[in-house]
Ligand binder design. Sequence first.
Ligand SMILES: NC(=O)c1ccc[n+]([C@@H]2O[C@H](COP(=O)([O-])OP(=O)(O)OC[C@H]3O[C@@H](n4cnc5c(N)ncnc54)[C@H](OP(=O)(O)O)[C@@H]3O)[C@@H](O)[C@H]2O)c1
Length: 247
Amino acid sequence: MQFSGKTALVTGASRGIGRAIAVALAKGGATVFCTSTKEGGCADTLAAVAALGAGSAHALVVDVASAPAVEALAKTVLERAGKLDFLVNNAGITRDGLFLRMDADDFDAVLATNLRGSFLVCKAFARAMAKARGGRIVNIGSVVGLTGNAGQANYAASKAGLIGLSKSLAQEFGGRGITVNTIAPGFIDTDMTAVLTAEVKDAMLKQIPLARFGTPEDIAQAVSFLCSDAGSYITGQTLVVDGGMTM
Ligand SMILES: NC(=O)c1ccc[n+]([C@@H]2O[C@H](COP(=O)([O-])OP(=O)(O)OC[C@H]3O[C@@H](n4cnc5c(N)ncnc54)[C@H](OP(=O)(O)O)[C@@H]3O)[C@@H](O)[C@H]2O)c1
């Protein structure tokens, strides 16, 4: 993929899927702004990009659930780069629990990061992207936003909401040349899924026709495709990348 001259923002790029996305876009030559909630959180991602000898990466600290922090993030990115071509809303959390034991705080926290956070970041950059009359927004959802999942009512609701947000923005900003899509990963091997028991993982693996868990790079390839020229006529879609788990 050729991304030289392009500027990208990847939220939650300190590890896992976000890091792989940042590395993939930088590999194509993009300048990538990587965020974490922690100072120094993106150090390994920056090192991985430096090792590529292509593109460049810059670390920024932001809690996407905080409107003032997101506004400050947009100001910094737009001042430093002058534009944003690719916006990847990847930051996400889980707070799993069966519904009868899930309290409102667990619901609010997951919605605040996964859905409100994506809304805030889109809002902070939409005007500049619209003015530039082009850009790609890729929101990282989940297959559970399509299927639901016992023990993840909050997370599934946040990811289903993200699909509605993406489709609405796709309609509002299509005329400005901005595409907005959701990628719905299945089971991807990251810190987020490392906490699951061996029994749960074995059961999930049996449901995957391609007989392996996904890698962060599997998702990064899909993001690269949607950001590339090859993805220019795709908008408002939910691209499932799950090894066939939920077909
Ligand atoms: N792994 C899977 O199987 C899977 C499947 C479907 C969808 N997804 C989605 O893919 C995305 C990435 O998942 P992952 O597995 O790579 O997760 P991960 O390894 O837990 O990484 C999560 C990332 O999100 C950041 N983050 C968390 N809360 C944040 C906040 N309030 N503001 C800004 N950044 C925040 C973290 O940054 P810090 O450095 O601050 O911790 C970290 O970089 C998530 O949206 C997740 O829901 C994952």
